[in-house]
Design a protein around this ligand. Structure first.
Ligand SMILES: Nc1ncnc2c1ncn2[C@@H]1O[C@H](COP(=O)(O)OP(=O)(O)OP(=O)(O)O)[C@@H](O)[C@H]1O
Length: 312
């Protein structure tokens, strides 16, 4: 694989002096799905806007498909599709005209068959003659995606693509993203739905206060930072945990019938065998066992909280 987006020391300070993006260096491989996570105001939209040429950088460089986003703006922009966070559509324009217009903007020849495929994939074909103002919020979002795809971009930016959409449309979007990836399109999305990143991303980047805290393969990140827990259901509730178990990181459920043990997935030994032995020695008998891996959400919240504490 080769990098299709190369960012070096890219930074943005807005006119009011606010540094929304600290120098950021990152390569994005062709065909990957990168999810950018971060709290409100972290700088995610700023990064996307810089790469799409909507905001000018204060420093650093970036290339898309080898084209510098400033000096070779048109060539770089031609490779990019952007689905913005805000729905901005001409209310009286019909869906078909709106999508065809966008293709034309990029100087591509008319290709009705291509546009038909895009509209059908987004379940918009039946709505092609509708004015955009007559569409539901979810449909409008689909039109934004159709417009972003109309010029067959190689890199697609999705800025909170599923904010406020229903579960069905969200799942549909995930399938569309998977289809695009299968066609070799590189996808960079921002999202507040961490389950979304968990479901579709290859790599996760975490941005907070304008700084890229980490970027890592999702699976590796979850292995490295995730904790696992083992919940043991007891045959009989206990009043309290026996003293002999004080050395273990345990918590007792409110109904006193379940003991949860937290352990490090990276540790040399999980300590589970010893714990089970210790429980048995203490006269506690097990009814059932269940293990759980901490979610990306727990990892993300932990990372941002640690950063906030460090900054305080
Ligand atoms: N034009 C602007 N002038 C001054 N400050 C701005 C401007 N645009 C954005 N900012 C500030 O830059 C910071 C980053 O904003 P940005 O929109 O990039 O965050 P975000 O991570 O996309 O947030 P959200 O998740 O809420 O969309 C915020 O503090 C915002 O107020």
């Amino acid at each position: 694989m080769s990098a299709i987006v190369e960012i070096e020391g890219l930074t943005k300070t807005y006119d009011d002096g606010y540094q929304a993006l600290k120098p950021l260096t990152l390569s994005i491989e062709e065909g990957e799905i990168l999810a950018l996570l971060g709290p409100n105001g972290a700088g995610k939209t700023t990064l996307i806007s810089l790469l799409c040429g909507l905001v000018s950088p204060s420093g650093g460089t970036a290339r898309v498909g080898g084209h510098d986003i400033i000096h070779d703006y048109r060539a770089a922009r031609r490779l990019i599709g952007l689905v913005p966070q805000e729905i901005a559509l001409e209310p009286f324009q019909k869906v078909w005209a709106s999508v065809r217009f966008t293709r034309g903007l990029f100087g591509l020849p008319r290709d009705d068959a291509k546009l038909e495929t895009i509209l059908r994939r987004l379940s918009l074909w039946e709505k092609r003659a509708s004015e955009t103002k007559a569409l539901s919020g979810g449909m409008k979002r689909r039109v934004l995606i159709a417009k972003a795809l109309a010029h067959e971009p190689r890199v697609l930016f999705l800025d909170e693509p599923t904010a406020g959409v229903d579960v069905e449309l969200r799942r549909d979007m995930w399938e569309i993203v998977a289809d695009l990836k299968a066609q070799g399109v590189t996808i960079i999305l921002t999202t507040h739905y961490i389950e979304e990143a968990e479901a579709i991303a290859d790599r996760i980047g975490v941005i907070n206060r304008g700084e890229l805290l980490l970027v890592e393969q999702k699976d590796a990140l979850m292995r490295r930072m995730g904790r696992k827990s083992l919940t043991i259901e007891l045959r009989q509730p206990v009043d309290a945990l026996p003293e002999a178990l004080a050395a273990y990181d345990l918590s007792l459920s409110q109904d006193r019938s379940r003991v949860t043990y937290f352990y490090d997935t990276q540790g040399e030994s999980t300590g589970i065998t010893r714990l089970l032995q210790a429980l048995s020695d203490a006269g506690l008998h097990l009814a059932d066992l269940e293990t759980r891996q901490s979610s990306l959400e727990e990892i993300f919240v932990g990372l941002v909280e640690a950063e906030e504490e460090g900054a305080a």
